[in-house]
Design a protein around this ligand. Sequence first.
Ligand SMILES: [Zn+2]
Length: 51
Amino acid sequence: MLTPPCEHTHTILIAKDEQGEHLECLDCGEIFDVAERGPASPGFNETLSDA
Ligand SMILES: [Zn+2]
C-alpha cells in the first residue's frame, strides 16, 4: 500500500528574502520556495476554510 505524495495543501510562510518566500508544509514538514510550487500566483490563500 503506497502512501500518496504530499500535496502540501497546508503551508505556512516561514521566511522571506530577496529570493522569494519560503513555505513549510504543515503536513509533511517539507520546506520549499513559493516559486517551486508552480506559477506565480499572487494569492496563495491556503488558509483553513471554516466558513
Ligand atoms: Zn507536504
